[in-house]
Design a protein around this ligand. Structure first.
Ligand code: NAD
Length: 294
């Protein structure tokens, strides 16, 4: 069993850290919010006074922070100058590919194994320990990180070198956004054409229009058990999070000159939806804007 320093105990980080405790590890946590740290203590973890205190003399560091600038500053100011030789570094935040590669290069220069390991599966997956981890890093770093990721997730895939976990995450979520908008447009048009949406579902879920956005997360309620539409679009995965990920994918597309016109359009639609006050609503709720209701 290992001693783990966990920085960023938010909606995702706290249940992930709790799963590491349940797997028998000793977890010391730090977050800018004292309330979140109390949640870790209640589950059997201990509280650190600062980010540096959190990672001092641990074997593994896990970070789960909002965005690239947070990861750059926590690594630059508190982690790389503090951790003991041989400490394994795991960043699970969803951040831009360039930041992930820069931080990993600094870690490697300082002699540390590091992986970027962003997740898919949301807060439900974080609580249940069923997250999917998309990992970027060396085979050695991946081999060391895998047993710890397995305590928090079910599917762990090495996507290539540093930053490739982030690349996989933003490509996947760009596909999801485009697919979801496609479902919303088709189901909203069916309603206007007088076509029963249950009939469209019965046909398209077995035809070429089928996708995860339809058969697992249909934006029309009552057609798939697992959809946020059944819970009045309580998230799930918020529209604000989807907009963040589309910003990351469009930023990356620009850097490598990838042509992503539908990704750009999806980002514009999600920006409009969020600007209308729907940031904390599930992303599939965008069907209401497409219907003309939001
Ligand atoms: P969150 O805002 O709930 O948690 C982030 C936590 O980091 C907060 O508690 C905040 O206080 C803390 N924090 C910020 N700066 C800090 C610092 N310098 N030192 C210590 N703590 C600091 O966000 P979340 O939903 O837990 O998401 C975390 C990451 O996971 C994000 O990158 C997000 O894109 C990604 N993600 C989220 C979901 C989801 O459904 N929520 C799904 C997949 C991936």
């Amino acid at each position: 069993m290992a001693t783990i320093g966990f920085i960023g105990l938010g909606n995702m980080g706290l249940p992930m850290a709790i799963n590491l405790i349940k797997a028998g590890h000793e977890v010391r946590g730090f977050d800018l919010s004292a309330e979140q740290v109390k949640g870790l203590e209640a589950a059997g973890g201990s509280a650190a006074k600062s980010a540096a205190d959190c990672v001092d003399s641990v074997e593994i560091v896990v970070t789960m922070l909002p965005a690239g600038p947070h990861v750059r500053s926590v690594y630059g100011e508190s982690i790389l100058g503090t951790v003991a030789d041989g400490t394994l570094l795991i960043d699970c935040s969803t951040i831009d590919v360039a930041s992930a590669r820069d931080v990993a290069a600094d870690a490697e220069k300082a002699g540390f194994d590091m992986v970027d390991a962003p997740v898919s599966g949301g807060t439900t997956g974080a609580e249940a320990g069923t997250l999917t981890f998309m990992v970027g890093g060396s085979e050695t770093a991946f081999g060391r990180a895998k047993p710890f990721l397995e305590a928090m997730g079910k599917t762990i895939v090495l996507a290539g070198g540093s930053g490739n976990g982030q690349a996989a995450k933003i490509c996947n979520n760009m596909m999801l956004a485009i697919n979801m908008i496609g479902q919303c447009e088709a189901f909203a048009m069916a309603e206007k054409l007088g076509l029963d949406t249950a009939k469209l579902f019965a046909i398209s879920s077995k035809s070429s229009g089928q996708s995860w956005a339809m058969t697992t997360y249909c934006p029309v309620p009552g057609l798939t058990d697992t959809a946020a539409s059944n819970r009045d679009f309580k998230p799930g995965f918020t529209a604000a999070m989807m907009l963040k990920d589309l910003g990351l994918s469009q930023g990356a597309a620009e850097q490598v000159h990838a042509l992503t016109p539908l990704g750009a359009e999806a980002m514009q639609l999600f920006r409009d939806y969020v600007d209308r006050g729907n940031g904390e609503i599930d992303f599939s709720g965008i069907i209401n804007m497409i219907r003309g209701d939001a």
